[in-house]
Design a protein around this ligand. Structure first.
Ligand SMILES: Cc1ncc(COP(=O)(O)O)c(C=O)c1O
Length: 447
């Protein structure tokens, strides 16, 4: 496979030098495009003339049920069965015993972390290549996020770098299946078992992604999902926790419902444990029940198109699609990521590449940044509470060790396409490949 890639890359380099006719492999212009034409960013014609699909997509057939619920006045989960119905169906989809619906992915993480015992003064190992919510929830629990370096090839937490970050305060690992890519959960769970740590999966971008035959979010102690508007399963705002342990899931339920007794959470008083209101509303559940009808077909279509892109994009010098941690896994493709390696692309900067690609009618953006240097971190570490909870020496050491070269590299190289672009057909994927090929052919004009 690798050999073929090198041969192909060498062939492309020759092609771009003007020897297309002499090649035995199919050149860039295989989809009917003359890639040497003027770039759109320089006033040429765009490769892609038509719009990409809108997201989210609404199914009007769900409207009668929603109107009925609205007219009934039974809007919260306590007065209707839609949230419980969604929980039962989502658990079945994930292959877990239980699911608890929550107001958002953030609240799912907050509940899960509290129930898993992440407490003030604890430390939590976490990926830095993620959305702000992942480490915000650690701060909300008054714990210290300890960032573990990213493997730039997989875009994910590097399990080989986890143990060196463990201290006697570490209580949990929060791996993130970012963009829907599966973290190497066997290795994460092995480290957790060795050091007695809890594992809470941030599967907020990973519905129906899989690792060794199991759904992402079902491999740790608890898994958390988001159903925010942009997500592959959207309801504006919404979230869920999945798990197999009844006692733990009862505690999650109780905590998310102000600490009221639930199941094995005993009625010693009206509120036997601490809690908060993190409940999902009936309207969110009805929307999700409707959205769930398409989720499996969508996931399969994204996978098919992503596999096609993987193959085609890997043939272009400087374009490195994500690498799966094992062949026995599938991404959920919340976003389709690749690395743009400027040195192999005529030293064109990533920013110029992105601007040129957008001009060709292919929406794309940079991935996450150096989140381990996010301003809110110093805001927290300098707060009265954190100074009480952590010694000056520990915070100094934290700052000194907050050096993540793998993540820094990825923050410079990542480029992403949105999931809805993967809901098109092969011709549309060819537009993506053609546009990048065209930019590659014209790379000298971009430096
Ligand atoms: C990786 C990750 N974690 C957590 C969240 C938080 O989810 P929500 O926005 O539903 O609160 C998100 C949402 O974008 C996310 O992408």
């Amino acid at each position: 496979m690798e050999d073929r890639k090198i041969t192909r890359r060498q062939a492309i380099a020759t092609a771009s030098a003007g020897a297309i006719g002499a090649l035995s492999v199919v050149p860039f212009s295989s989809f009917g495009l003359n890639t040497s034409q003027k770039l759109a960013i320089h006033g040429g014609e765009k490769v892609r003339q038509t719009a990409w699909p809108e997201w989210p997509v609404w199914d009007k057939t769900a409207e009668n049920g929603i109107v009925e619920m609205l007219r009934s006045g039974n809007w919260w989960r306590g007065s209707g069965g839609h949230v419980a119905e969604f929980e039962q169906k989502y658990a079945a989809l994930m292959g877990t015993k239980r699911c608890l619906a929550t107001a958002s992915g953030t609240t799912a993480l907050l509940v899960a972390m509290h129930v898993m015992g992440v407490d003030a003064g604890d430390e939590v190992l976490v990926s830095p290549f993620t959305f702000i919510a992942t480490y915000n929830v650690i701060f909300m629990n008054k714990a210290l996020p300890v960032f573990v370096d990213t493997d730039p090839e997989t875009f994910l937490i590097n399990p080989a770098k986890m143990e060196e970050k463990i201290t006697e305060r570490t209580s949990a690992i929060l791996p993130v299946h970012i963009y829907g890519l599966p973290v190497d959960m066997d290795r994460v769970n092995a480290v957790a078992a060795k050091h007695g740590l809890k594992v809470i999966e941030d599967a907020c971008q990973a519905w129906l992604g899989e690792y060794k035959g199991k759904k992402l979010g079902t491999l740790g102690d608890l898994g958390c999902f988001s159903f925010q508007n942009s997500k592959n399963l959207p309801t504006g705002e919404g979230g869920a926790i999945v798990g197999n342990n009844d006692e733990i899931m009862d505690r999650c339920f109780s905590f998310h419902n102000c600490g009221r007794p639930f199941g094995s959470v005993q009625r010693t008083s009206d509120y036997p444990i601490r809690g908060s209101n993190r409940r999902m509303q009936q309207i969110q559940a009805l929307m999700l029940l409707s959205q769930m009808k398409r989720i499996e077909n969508d996931a399969n279509l994204r996978l098919e198109n992503a596999k096609y892109l993987d193959k085609k994009l890997a043939e272009i010098p400087g374009i490195e699609p994500y690498k799966l941690v094992t062949e026995n896994a599938r991404s959920a493709y919340h976003l389709y990521p690749f690395r743009f390696v400027s040195e192999q692309f005529g030293n064109v900067t990533r920013e110029k590449f992105i601007a040129a690609l957008r001009a060709e009618g292919i929406p794309c953006s940079a991935g996450y940044g150096r989140q381990n240097h996010d301003g809110l971190i110093e805001d927290a570490l300098n707060s009265k509470g954190y100074k009480r909870l952590f010694s000056e020496q520990r915070l100094k050491q934290w700052r000194e060790e907050n050096i993540l070269p793998g993540n820094d590299q990825l923050a410079k190289e990542a480029v992403i396409f949105s999931q809805s672009m993967l809901l098109e057909n092969k011709t549309d994927m060819n537009d993506i490949v053609n546009a990048i090929s065209k930019i590659y052919e014209n790379r000298n004009l971009l430096v």
